[in-house]
Design a protein around this ligand. Structure first.
Ligand code: NAD
Length: 227
């Protein structure tokens, strides 16, 4: 089976009702990311950060996968599909994809604020101040903040280097190190980019640009790839 590697960003979940942030002037649901998605923000005002992610978790639990998520799951009929997602939602899994690497964590789990390797499922949408990990430190959302290490990046780079077909869906390629992953895909490998606003990339060969929203462009491409 051919290796099909897909890198997804916030855009694939836009039609499920989850907002991207580059599309709204660098704000994420009205918040400046420095105030809610950095270790400094957590040190300064942990209750605000906790609240922000509680709201994001609530929206994720209320959202449903869209046609793009479902189409990617269908690709497993013919390919060995690995999805590398920058998203913290669980819509790929809920659509049926079985191999999903979460580069930036997943909001349905909590994480020790002392040891990032200690993660736990969350019952419902709310993580409260005062809920502690086994080491006795406050639990926070299991997400990678700006300025934190991205532990899965080496694995993701290796997966990209082994791709026979590559897809990039709904990412502005503005957030590093995820944005650099496309450079690990061999030059000759076909690279399909699906985004209503194709991100600018330089020096990348074999790129096919599909300037469409994910819920339209992905099912159409998947149909072609399954022929
Ligand atoms: P981004 O917000 O920087 O870029 C979004 C991209 O999606 C843009 O290129 C935009 O043109 C495209 N887009 C908008 N609507 C689309 C649609 N209907 N179909 C396809 N593409 C569409 O997102 P990013 O590159 O993923 O980086 C943002 C960071 O924010 C990520 O690290 C992610 O962790 C986080 N984030 C996650 C979620 C989520 O989990 N759903 C939502 C917002 C932000």
């Amino acid at each position: 089976m051919e290796n099909l590697v897909v890198l997804t960003g916030a855009g694939i979940s836009a039609e499920s009702g989850l907002k991207t942030f580059r599309d709204s002037d660098g704000l994420w649901e009205g918040y400046n990311i420095a105030d809610v998605a950095t270790p400094e923000a957590w040190d300064w005002n942990p209750a605000l950060v906790q609240d922000f992610y509680n709201m994001r978790r609530k929206s994720v639990l209320e959202a449903k996968p869209n046609a793009a998520h479902y189409a990617l799951a269908k690709l497993e009929e013919k390919y060995k599909v690995t999805i590398i997602t920058q998203n913290i939602d669980d819509l790929h899994e809920r659509a049926g994809s079985t191999d999903v690497v979460h580069l930036h964590g997943i909001i349905t789990r909590s994480q020790s604020s002392e040891n990032p390797n200690l993660t736990y499922p969350i019952d419902g949408w709310e993580l409260k101040m005062g809920e502690l990990c086994e080491l006795g430190s406050q639990l926070r959302a299991h997400v990678v903040w700006f300025g934190e290490a991205v532990p899965m990046i080496d694995k993701a780079a290796q997966l990209c280097s082994q791709a026979d077909i590559f897809m990039l869906i709904g990412s502005s390629l503005a957030v590093y190190p995820a944005a650099g992953l496309i450079n690990f895909v061999p030059a000759y490998v076909p690279k399909y980019v699906i985004d209503p606003k194709i991100p600018s990339v330089y020096g990348i060969e074999s790129m096919v640009e599909i300037e469409e929203k994910a819920a339209i462009g992905v099912p159409r491409l998947v149909e072609e790839l399954l022929k």
